[in-house]
Ligand binder design. Structure first.
Ligand code: D61
Ligand code: MG
Length: 412
């Protein structure tokens, strides 16, 4: 049980405990289920069932944006479910992806033959498309446009694998950069953020790239077992002729060097991530953007030079995740969290690593942008042991009885 691991980290027990007491306004949904339309209820259920890490932050968005972002998520999750479904032959899949956006206008379209874990969004698609058609035009335009571009882009990488770093950026643009671009446009369209945010597509793209690259790096083993490869060949082939070799203990040195090179590449995106967040004014939008970014940097820190990436799943402890989410409520706090993880990475760069200099200078650059007097570190005073014990008992009780415990169960 994850909670027991947090016992070794008293500050996380404190976070779980405060969270239980309702100290986390950022991620507790607040809406009236009673006045909702039946299709909206289905959509909310689909959101909670299919999104491992985004359901809570989407539901916590201001009313004005919540419906549009929820719909944006479900439409793209449905599209991604087609992309990911290995049981659909490419001759069927290519036209499905290319024409997917037209399904938004067809009240009856659904797909009952998917074998994917998220097949339910395709089976229940009429509820999603109904909510889409009920949205204001300014939001529909964005969702429609991104859905068309993403569907087309996904077909590019169905037949061929990601080779160069440019192609890695291109693939990540289709599946996540376009989400960042769409979100920035939705924020601007809502009037909650400035219109200039939605116009800087290169910046919003990189915010999405940071999340997707982190996922791809972390999911090496899971993707390998599913016979999928998203690590760019131009990078891994420098270390081994077969990417599967990284999972063999005798090639651990090569595996770690490759892993660290990809993490170094992802670290280049930190300045853009910070710059994007610095422009946000609305609190709910800020939390929605910052929480995934902070989770990503924590994940990169956990993965850096870590052989476990090649033998199992590298996860952020629940207590750690909750503590970060609660701490992500202002730009200064986010800078403090980022600084904390970048410092950890910097301290762990092996002298022998082929990219140590580059990694070091990117950490340095990130740290210069994270300059803040805010504190985020385990060095803060620990509660006395008996307090920790009490907190642990509360946390265990929390784990059993909490109504909202479910959502963070699957977090990252
Ligand atoms: C702010 C907040 C959230 C952001 C953001 C900025 C910028 C970009 C993104 C979220 C996109 C994040 C992608 C990272 C996670 N990767 C995946 O889920 C992969 O699928 C990518 C294609 C579908 C993307 C759907 C999506 C995801 C998150 C959203 C969103 C839409 C809309 C609004 C808010 C968040 C990955 O999926 C894994 C799986 O199938 O379980 C894959 O197939 O590679
Ligand atoms: Mg996918």
């Amino acid at each position: 049980m994850d909670i027991l691991k947090s016992f070794a980290h008293p500050e996380e027990l404190l976070a779980l405990f405060r969270f239980k007491l309702g100290g986390c306004d950022a991620v507790i949904p607040k809406y009236d289920y009673g006045t909702m339309s039946p299709s909206m209820k289905v959509c909310l259920e689909l959101l909670v069932r299919t999104s491992r890490s985004f359901a809570a932050v989407i539901q916590a968005l201001d009313e004005e944006l919540r419906g549009a972002v929820c719909n944006f998520y479900l439409v793209l999750r449905a599209l991604d479910t087609v992309e990911d479904d290995m049981s659909i032959p490419n001759e069927v899949k290519v036209p499905m992806l290319k024409n997917f956006h037209h399904n938004l206008l067809d009240p009856d379209w659904k797909f009952m033959d998917s074998k994917d874990k998220d097949a339910v969004v395709l089976q229940e698609f009429p509820h999603i498309s109904k909510e889409f058609r009920a949205l204001p035009e300014k939001y529909r335009d964005v969702i429609w446009d991104v859905c068309a571009k993403m569907g087309n882009g996904m077909t590019v990488f169905l037949e061929r694998k990601v080779d160069t770093l440019e192609e890695w950026d291109e693939y990540c643009h289709y599946v996540a950069g376009l989400v960042g671009i769409g979100l920035a446009r939705l924020f601007s369209a809502s009037g909650l953020e400035e219109s200039s945010l939605g116009m800087d597509t290169a910046l919003a793209n990189r915010v999405g790239l940071f999340l997707q690259k982190t996922n791809i790096i972390r999911d090496y083993l899971e993707d390998l077992n599913d016979d999928r490869i998203f690590w760019p060949k131009a990078v891994w082939s420098k270390y081994r002729p077969d990417i599967g070799d990284f999972a063999k203990p005798e090639y651990q040195q090569e595996a770690l060097a490759c892993l660290n090179e990809l993490i170094t590449n992802a670290l280049e995106l930190i300045p853009s991530s910070l710059h994007f967040m610095s422009q946000l004014h609305n609190q709910s939008v800020f939390n929605f953007v910052a929480i995934p970014q902070v989770m990503a940097i924590a994940t990169l820190e956990r993965c850096y030079n870590n052989p476990k990436v090649f033998s199992g799943v590298v996860k952020i402890r629940k207590g750690e995740a909750v503590r970060m989410m609660m701490g992500s409520s202002s730009f200064d706090k986010v800078k403090a969290i980022m600084k904390h993880f970048v410092v950890q990475i910097k301290a762990r760069i092996p002298e022998s690593d082929p990219h140590s200099k580059q990694t070091h200078s990117l950490c340095q650059k990130a740290l210069s942008l994270c300059d803040t007097s805010q504190q985020y570190s385990t060095s803060s005073i620990y509660p006395p042991l008996y307090v920790s014990m009490g907190l642990m008992l509360s946390a265990i009780a929390y784990n059993y009885w909490s109504q909202i415990g479910q959502w963070y169960e699957d977090l990252l």
